[in-house]
Design a binder for this molecule. Structure first.
Ligand SMILES: *Cc1c(COP(=O)(O)O)cnc(C)c1O
Length: 230
């Protein structure tokens, strides 16, 4: 499966650039996070050879194993999976960005681990906009409280928001969720009066990343369209 990765990456990058241009945005402001969960290291290496540097993983153990095998210093690892307090220990300082923080309890644990390692961990807060119980993420109503809690923690740097909408096979039904995340970000940014810069909007998957970019995504998390079905 390592063959074809460069071509599929190029196609995704082209689709991203087209979506950005449609929305009057600079394609350079959107980062492609290649989601490599369950895929072997050889496929990650093939993507690196094709110029990809941002990779997303969902499982803490798998992330650590892959980090140990892929020693390329250009690579930035993103943790995008469901976070559990007992798994946070190793993540702090390993993932360049943790996209899926969704509670004050997790913030506290991450702060403790980052402080212990003497580093500042960059994070996003995950919002569950579809109200699905099976999905992680805090409610919209809970967001201001968690933002305030994040800003009190000196070893955490809040960079923005992330969401994972309910799944529809077509991309278009995701649009209202992505638009809502952007509105929420703008609303919170205004409320914060410069106390934080919520620059990043991590939203968009293989089947709907163009829609997400049209709605303001700064990071798209694309797996299947690059590495094939899991
Ligand atoms: C697996 C996963 C993705 C990638 O999904 P694809 O449909 O394979 O592009 C993106 N975000 C999260 C949180 C995921 O778990």
């Amino acid at each position: 499966m390592a063959e074809g990765i460069a071509e599929r990456l190029a196609a995704v990058r082209q689709g991203m650039a087209e979506a950005a241009r449609r929305a009057g945005r600079d394609p350079g402001e959107v980062t492609l996070v290649a989601v490599s969960k369950t895929k072997p290291v050889e496929e990650i290496q093939a993507a690196i050879r094709a110029g990809q540097v941002d990779f997303g993983e969902n499982y803490a153990q798998e992330l650590r194993e892959k980090m140990a095998e892929v020693s390329d210093p250009r690579v930035r690892w993103h943790f995008i999976g469901h976070l559990q307090t007992n798994k946070v220990k190793h993540l702090a300082g390993e993932a360049a960005l943790i996209h899926s923080v969704d509670s004050v309890k997790l913030l506290e644990e991450l702060e403790k681990r980052a402080a212990g390692k003497g580093l500042v961990q960059e994070i996003l807060l995950e919002v569950n906009l579809g109200g699905e119980e099976s999905k992680s993420g805090m409610t919209e109503a809970g967001l201001p409280e968690v933002i305030e809690a994040a800003l009190l923690r000196p070893h955490l740097k809040l960079r923005g928001l992330m969401t994972m909408p309910p799944y529809f096979p077509e991309g278009e039904p995701s649009r209202p969720f992505y638009r809502r995340l952007r509105e929420l970000r703008d609303q919170e940014q205004a409320r914060l009066l410069g106390r934080a810069e919520l620059r990043e909007l991590s939203m968009g998957l293989s089947h709907d990343f163009q829609v997400a970019i049209e709605e303001g995504a700064t990071m798209v998390r694309v797996g299947t369209a690059i590495f094939g079905a899991r």
